[in-house]
Structure formats: structure tokens, C-alpha cells
Design a protein around this ligand. Structure first.
Ligand code: SAM
Length: 340
């Protein structure tokens, strides 16, 4: 059965929270390890990469699949595989293939930094996955190294081009907006949408984990103002796959611009997400540290219905919204473990 056939099945969603939000989207961090250490995500401390989870602390693929099946019974239909860097985990394409066999899951996507993309594209294509989000904060190889700690711009760019040629679609390019670091490149990044059918998405920096060193914050309104000097930006109507991005395009452009503005215009009212962290915790909100430890329950022999109860509990305590911008709060967990 193809993903789109499954789309038509339709399921009753039991994952409705106190604020009547219907949660049908699970983001899974398959590892907290990464081959980059980006300033805004996992910056090096004194040249050291931050500590990682031990092997046995990370959920095994079969444990993740069991939890996704339970989530799917409750109404999860969309899954994003993320991390850490998902492609550093062994046998990721095999895992995605298994995910795609879960009847109720109609939409599977992958978020990657693209460093290993070229190597895995053939195997990824065989799984049926087409939707890729690729992080790329700069088009300048020196700056790429400064932001990520690795000289891998060429690899990422080659991966993006090959994915495009092989028919992956949509391809979304994620750039975290950092004042004094990549704000001089917003126009060049936006211009990619004039040449390729990519969605170029600018993400406001969020105060998560150790990410204090990521330059100053820059709001989505400022970003759109800068991009407007490339050409007239036309608003694009919202579609079901958009998530929180506010979309624009330049006239006659094959691609689009997206703004993800969790700080200046939070979109908590439309949030439909739950997260499964690399160490097996169910986290109802990216920006609140409260989680339920499903791994402990799984490994103590909990039944499917006991685990399903915990899903409902997590949904129940999903907060109405975050107040990071207003109260200057921070999120303590690391983005790589939560799953960005
Ligand atoms: N390794 C993969 C990658 O680089 O795309 C997946 C994990 S990464 C944590 C997922 C997304 O989170 C990336 O698009 C990244 O830009 C974004 N991200 C990480 N830390 C962030 C922060 N502090 N503020 C905003 N976005 C962030």
C-alpha cells in the first residue's frame, strides 16, 4: 500500500488534548549522536563534543516500532525521523521501511544535516520516503565549518542536488537565523527558491540546551524584510503538510520561502505534535521539559494498553503554550536528544 492510499483510510484520533488540539504527528529522535556540532544545537564546550547517551539508553528500533504502532492505534498518522543525525544510526533505511509498513502511518519524513545523504539516497528511495528536510544555514564553506565544526559543505550540497535529481520532493532547506552569523546570507539562501523547487525555511533560534552561543536572535519579520529586497514576496495559502511554516514565494519562482517563528509568533495553538526522545521518553512539548519515561515501562514488560495509557497521560499534560519569549525561560534538554 502506498503512503497516499493509507492517507485515505482516516482514523479516529484519541489523542486530543485539554485545549482540543488533535495530535497526529510523532517526531522520533532515533539517536542523540551527530556528525556535526552546530552552534545553535550542540556546541562544543572547550573543544569537546557534549556527552552522549550510552548505547543501552537509546531505544532499539523494535522498541520504537512498537511505540509507533501503539501511537498509530491512537491516531498518529504522521512521523518524522530526526535526531541527533538520523543517518549516523546503523540501518536507518531498514527502520524507515519497517515504519512504512505500519498501516495507519500515511506520511513519513526525514530531517537530516545532509552530510551522509549522498551515501544513503538510493536506500532511502527504496523505502518509499520522499519528504526530506535538510539543514543548511549558509552557502559559504568557511562559515559552514564555523557553524557546524566540520568542513562538509560540499558533501551536503552534493546530497541536496542528488536528492533533487532523484525526485525527492518536497525538499525543505532549514536555516536557523543567527544575527551576526548568517544574516548577511538570507537573500542568497532565499534566491535558491528562484532556481530550485525547494522550500527555503528560516527558523527563529530557540533557547534550547547549550545553544547560547548562536549569535543574536533575529525575528521572522526582520527576515522577510531583508528578503523582500530580492523581489516581491507573495503569500502562499496554507496546506495540510505545512506545519507551522508561514509560506511565501517570489513571482514565477519554482520554490518557496517558509518562516518558522516560534519566538516572535508562537504557533502553539495549532501544535499537533508529540515527540519520542532518543532515550525513549514521550515529550508532549518541545519547549517544556516534562516527559514520560516509556523506555522504563517497556523494559519492565508493560502491556500495549498500559503504554497507550501513558500516551494519553502525556497528551493530557501538553501545555497550552510556551512563554520563552515573554519570560526569558530556557529549555534544559538537548535538542539532539529531544529530536528537532
Ligand atoms: N541532524 C539533523 C539536522 O541537522 O537537520 C536533525 C536534527 S536537528 C536538531 C533538527 C532541526 O533542528 C534542524 O533543522 C536545526 O536547524 C533545528 N534546530 C536545532 N537547534 C535549534 C535551535 N536552538 N533553534 C532553532 N532550531 C534549531
Amino acid at each position: 500500500m502506498s503512503f497516499s492510499d493509507k492517507d485515505r483510510l482516516g482514523r479516529r484520533n484519541q489523542l486530543v488534548d485539554r485545549y482540543d488540539r488533535h495530535l497526529n504527528y510523532l517526531r522520533i529522535s532515533v539517536t542523540d549522536r551527530c556528525n556535526l556540532s552546530c552552534l545553535y544545537c550542540a556546541p562544543r564546550r572547550g573543544g569537546q563534543i557534549p556527552p552522549k547517551l550510552n548505547h543501552e539508553e537509546v531505544l532499539r528500533y523494535e522498541e520504537i516500532l512498537r511505540l509507533v504502532r501503539i501511537g498509530a492505534e491512537l491516531g498518529i498518522s504522521k512521523v518524522r525521523v530526526t535526531g541527533g543525525e538520523p543517518l549516523v544510526r546503523k540501518d536507518l533505511p531498514k527502520f524507515i521501511k519497517e515504519l512504512s509498513k505500519i498501516e495507519a502511518i500515511s506520511d513519513i519524513s526525514l530531517t537530516t544535516n545532509g552530510v551522509l545523504l549522498l551515501k544513503y539516497l538510493d536506500r532511502l528511495k527504496e523505502t518509499g520516503i520522499r519528504r526530506l528536510n535538510i539543514s543548511l544555514d549558509t552557502l559559504n564553506r568557511k562559515k559552514f565549518e564555523k557553524i557546524t565544526g566540520q568542513n562538509s559543505f560540499e558533501k551536503v550540497w552534493a546530497g541536496i542536488m542528488a536528492a533533487h535529481e532523484m525526485g525527492f520532493f518536497p525538499i525543505k532547506i532549514n536555516a536557523v537565523a543567527m544575527k551576526g552569523i548568517n544574516d548577511d546570507e538570507f537573500m542568497d539562501l532565499a534566491r535558491l527558491s528562484l532556481r530550485y523547487p525547494f522550500s527555503i525555511r528560516f527558523i527563529e533560534h530557540m533557547p534550547i540546551g547549550d545553544s547560547a552561543s548562536a549569535g543574536g536572535r533575529i525575528s521572522a519579520d526582520e527576515i522577510i524584510e531583508r528578503i523582500s529586497s530580492v523581489g516581491r514576496v507573495i503569500p502562499v495559502a496554507h496546506e495540510s503538510h505545512d506545519g507551522p511554516a508561514v509560506r511565501y514565494r517570489f513571482e514565477d519562482a519554482p520554490g518557496e520561502i517558509g518562516l518558522i517563528q516560534p519566538m516572535s509568533h508562537h504557533f502553539c495553538g495549532q501544535c499537533n505534535r508529540l515527540r519520542l526522545t532518543a532515550n525513549g521518553h514521550l515529550r508532549p512539548c518541545l519547549l517544556h521539559d516534562r516527559e514520560i519515561d516509556l523506555k522504563a515501562l517497556l523494559r519492565e514488560g508493560a502491556t500495549d494498553s498500559e503504554l497507550a495509557e501513558r500516551f494519553l497521560e502525556a497528551v493530557h499534560f501538553k501545555p497550552l503554550r510556551h512563554y520563552l519569549a515573554e519570560k526569558g525561560e530556557r529549555v534544559n534538554s538537548r535538542m539532539s536528544a529531544i529530536g528537532g
